[in-house]
Unconditional design. Structure first.
Lengths: 475, 264, 234
């Protein structure tokens, strides 16, 4: 995890762009999501009010974060849950392992959890002889094919029916090849039902952690989450520390925004609010509930009030759906757990600029994501600030600050500034390049520009000359 | 500084802006791209304003709003250039800009970029006076356009910042729609970025290429022989890709198009 | 701290906790007053009729079967459905009103010589009845209420109606009193003061389980029930 090798983004991008099947799958899926979101929020004024409310709720929670985390812990413990804190993903993994060992557990069923992907939990547990089985259909498919999720909400969106049919046929014993979605679901249901029944531990994420009541709020459509959090005798919930919200009454707004933004629905099939393990007299539910609160760089992000806004994210995935870059390269190209616009601001801050800084440059700053973010994270602004941090780092006490950008690049910007602060110099340069018919060699940035575009020519008479010629006032 | 940031953030989409009465004079900021590559477009904007009886002042020392460096993360360089521009527009007159992205930069981002400046009041005053050309023509001058051209089809490209920061797309389109012999055919996926993004186009050329090619395909699909755009950056990007593919589609900046159509 | 009772787990957990909290506490934080935005028009209020209508429409759009009836008739509707679906058994709780009415009605059917599906109830804890639970064909539960603007019923599982009753059996019948339908979730939470004493588990259920993970094609009946039937008693 301390490996500072920069992500090989360009290679990933080239591969993704040449995968026409992937591009087709993504174009279809993302278009679908955008349409659905538009349909579920038909009134723009209402939507803006809802987003304002979402923004306020998240900012308020972050403003009080340490107090709320303590209050959350206190209430969870009073309710009979166990609360653990982990600074690193390694610590979180060790905590999960310890809990399992205490119960001599070897079989885990997992609901969908991006934090558990961040932890690389499955791989860690496998190394310790524990089977961690994904039960969310998309994750289940990917576990069979040995891949990681490519989208926050629909992890297997990069795969089509034929590919999935093939995976099931090859990897699940006694399974005929079928592309019928009903049958594919039936296969997953059959296999997993047994596993729910037999599991020692169920693991889940947390969508919202309510400090006021010590409640874990989880949303889902399949029912696998409820299975994981109810059937096995032990339930472990892993969450990032930013998931805390202040009050129960904050939930309705966030639920509406999350579900509407993520899947274009009014509500998920199930909203599951857990506040304690099985109480005396109750007939089912886990006997123990453990909550693991993970830091993994979030407290570092928290330190700067501007960048803190990164932590407002409720993991709806809608920024991915609206991003022209994500739509063309898909989630895997980003190289880390969180793809898309949120990934572009989160990963450089968590993984470090050297390793993941390139992601912050891979945006045209079109603002499509900012326009739809349900909690109004100023993604474009944070991207610019990350770029500034990468190149100049003024006003930031970033411990990992390491100015990047070649000398040529830095000099180029200095030259640019010189010319644009002194119009006389700029005009002379234009004159030289324009009148000599200067055709610049296709190197460097001009070569990159020219792969699919002609280069513009410097006009023989520039605007300031036309203006003077036409007698426009100069003051 | 944080206060300025939050105030600016709220205003980001330029909705419900209060427009002034028609002034006697305005400043004009031509933009660097129009200045060097598309001077006729820059000049057309001036002529449109002058024809409405407004005196146009073009401070000769102007160069660039600083957005390229700001977006690329070279804020020190961007600040120097931005401060220079502000000095050139001292009088309390509107500053009209024929570009949604440059107008957006000056209006919404100068207060952010220059938040720590001792001259923050002057900067805020300047930013409040910046108008994109279309919104100025429509809401301040209430311009009436008489089409003197032959019937033709055009299509329009909405630049991201004109759309999402300055909120002037409907204003631009309404100007085109005033021309009775012009049929405006809208682009499919109009809201998607053309892939320019300043240095993005050369830092991530393959992704940019994929985006501009889709934009060109959409232009082609309209069957229009002319693409009209309000931003020279986008125009340079898309027209460059069109020319590379040797397609029979021309491009014009909105100001130049409107001037040509109404000037006979 | 009483989170130690799991055999002294993770001695360094306190250190992690303290380090995390002190980092968070060290960060500059604005002394802002937050104006919680209330009275959002997004959360509408409906009349009683509107609530029933909206709940029915939204849930049906999510493949729930919804019947509206007056208080005398719900058990007859249930009987018809159970017969139509060819169910061989039905899980219920004898300790609820719904359960009591059901038992009585079933006895009545038996005296008429009919053979209704076997009524099953769960004894002991899940460790005892897991096998049985996973083989039962259908279950019937009460509901705590419903939320009209989103189209979902509210369930607070109890010792009498455990959590898995509404999850494991492939068919779930829920009886809902129309008087407990709220306009929106905020209203439900406020009126019933949820924040004071949250139950072990509180649920909103809007339909049978579903997924769109494969090419965004919607398919029903994954891990939760394949069928959800809501009988609204008006």
């Amino acid at each position: 995890m301390d490996d500072q090798t920069p992500l090989n983004f360009d290679e990933n991008v080239a591969r993704a762009l040449s995968d026409s099947q992937l591009r087709k799958n993504l174009a279809f899926a993302m278009g679908n999501f955008r349409q659905k979101r538009k349909a579920i929020f038909p009134d723009p004024i209402e939507l803006e009010a809802l987003r304002d409310a979402g923004n306020e709720i998240r900012r308020r929670a972050l403003a009080r974060l340490p107090e709320l985390l303590e209050r959350f812990e206190k209430n969870c413990v009073e309710n009979g849950m166990h609360v653990h804190w982990a600074e690193t993903t390694n610590e979180a993994n060790q905590t999960v392992l310890e809990i399992m060992r205490t119960h001599d557990a070897t079989r885990m069923v997992k609901g969908k959890s991006m934090v558990s992907e961040e932890m690389h939990l499955n791989r860690f547990l496998a190394e310790h002889g524990i089977e961690a089985l994904e039960t969310d259909l998309g994750e289940f498919i990917l576990q069979l094919s040995g891949e990681t999720p490519s989208h926050i909400i629909v992890p297997a969106i990069h795969k089509n029916k034929a590919e999935i049919a093939d995976i099931f046929h090859q990897k699940i014993p006694d399974t005929p090849y079928t592309e019928k979605v009903e049958e594919l679901n039936g296969i997953a249901r059959r296999v997993l039902r047994k596993k729910f029944h037999e599991a020692d531990v169920g693991l889940s994420g947390v969508n919202f952690a309510v400090a006021e009541t010590g409640t874990l709020c989880l949303v889902e459509n399949e029912g696998n989450g409820r299975m994981c959090t109810t059937v096995p005798p032990v339930h472990i919930a892993v969450m990032g520390l930013e998931k805390v919200i202040e009050k129960l009454s904050d939930l309705p707004v966030l639920l509406r925004l999350l579900t509407g933004s993520a899947t274009g629905s009014l509500i998920t099939t199930y909203v599951n609010m857990i506040s304690s393990p099985r109480k005396t007299g109750e007939k089912d539910g886990p006997r123990e509930v453990h909550v693991v609160i993970l830091d993994n760089g979030r407290s570092k992000i928290y330190a700067d009030p501007t960048f803190r806004q990164t932590l407002q994210c409720i993991r709806c995935g809608t920024c991915l759906n609206h991003c022209p870059v994500y739509t063309r390269i898909g989630g895997h190209a980003y190289g880390f757990v969180y793809p898309g616009p949120i990934g572009k601001i989160l990963n450089p801050q968590v993984q470090g600029m050297k390793k993941a800084g390139v992601l912050a440059t891979a945006s045209s700053l079109c603002l499509a994501c900012e326009e739809v973010c349900p909690v109004r994270i100023p993604i474009a602004d944070l991207l610019r600030r990350l770029r500034e941090r990468m190149h100049q780092g003024t006003g930031h006490a970033a411990p990992d600050f390491n100015p990047s950008g070649s000398i040529a690049e830095r000099l180029a910007w200095k030259l640019w500034a010189l010319l644009n602060r002194h119009s006389g110099l700029l005009h002379s340069a234009e004159k030289v390049m324009g009148s000599v018919g200067f055709i610049s060699p296709r190197v460097g940035i001009l070569r990159k520009w020219s792969i699919c575009r002609t280069t513009p020519t410097i006009s023989p008479r520039r605007l300031h000359e036309l203006v003077e010629q036409q007698g426009v006032d100069d003051e | 500084m944080l206060f300025v940031f939050f105030v600016v953030n709220k205003k980001m989409n330029n909705i419900n802006r209060n427009y002034p009465e028609k002034p006697e004079a305005v400043y004009y900021f031509g933009t660097c791209l129009a200045g060097t590559f598309y001077p006729d477009a820059g000049m057309a904007g001036i002529k449109l304003l002058q024809r409405e009886g407004v005196r146009v002042i073009f401070p000769p020392g102007q160069t660039c709003c600083g957005q390229p460096a700001y977006n690329a993360g070279y804020w020190r360089e961007a600040r120097g250039v931005a401060e220079k521009q502000i000095e050139l527009f001292p009088k309390p007159l509107p500053v009209v800009v024929p570009s949604g992205s440059c107008a957006g930069m000056m209006r919404h981002h100068y207060p952010v970029l220059l938040a720590d400046s001792p001259n923050i009041d002057r900067i805020l005053n300047f930013s409040a006076r910046v108008f994109e050309l279309s919104e100025f023509l429509v809401h301040v001058l209430d311009i009436k356009l008489e089409d003197r051209g032959v019937p033709m089809k055009v299509t329009w490209h909405s630049s991201c910042h004109a759309m999402r920061e300055m909120n002037v797309i409907e204003d631009s389109k309404s100007l085109i729609r005033q021309l009775k012999n012009v049929e405006l055919v809208e682009l499919e996926n109009e809201h998607e970025c053309c892939g320019f993004g300043g240095t993005f186009s050369v830092k991530h050329p393959r992704i940019s290429e994929a985006m501009v090619r889709d934009k060109v395909a959409a232009v082609r699909k309209t069957g229009a022989p002319l693409l009209v755009a309000g931003d020279c950056g986008c125009m340079m990007n898309i027209s460059g890709a069109i020319a590379h593919q040797k397609l029979p589609v021309e491009s014009r900046h909105l100001a130049e198009f409107l001037w040509e159509r109404t000037n006979g | 701290m009483n989170w130690w009772n799991s055999r002294g787990l993770m001695m360094n957990n306190t250190t992690s906790r303290n380090r995390i909290l002190s980092r968070l506490n060290a960060a500059p934080r604005p002394l802002t007053e937050f104006a919680t935005i209330k009275n959002m028009t997004s959360f509408r209020e409906f009349t009683r009729e509107e609530k029933i209508e909206r709940l029915k429409n939204l849930m049906e759009a999510m493949r729930t079967e919804v019947y509206v009836t007056d208080s005398g008739r719900w058990v007859e509707i249930l009987t018809q459905l159970v017969r139509k679906k060819g169910l061989k058994n039905l899980l219920y709780s004898p300790r609820t009103d719904v359960g009591a009415i059901l038992e009585k009605h079933w006895k009545g059917l038996e005296t008429l010589g009919e053979k209704p599906p076997e009524l099953i109830h769960l004894e002991g804890s899940v460790e005892d009845f897991k096998q049985q639970l996973f083989h039962v064909e259908a279950a019937i539960t009460t509901s705590k209420g419903a939320v009209a603007d989103a189209g979902a019923i509210i369930l607070w599982p109890t010792e009498h109606e455990p959590r898995l009753m509404s999850l494991v059996p492939p068919v779930h019948f829920a009886v809902l009193d129309a008087n407990t339908i709220y306009s929106n979730l905020s209203e439900a939470m406020e009126n019933e003061n949820w924040r004071v004493d949250m139950p072990t588990n509180a649920l909103l259920i809007s339909g049978p389980s579903k997924t769109a993970d494969i090419e965004l094609i919607l398919a029903f009946g994954v891990h939760g029930p394949k069928e959800l039937i809501v009988i609204i008693v008006d």
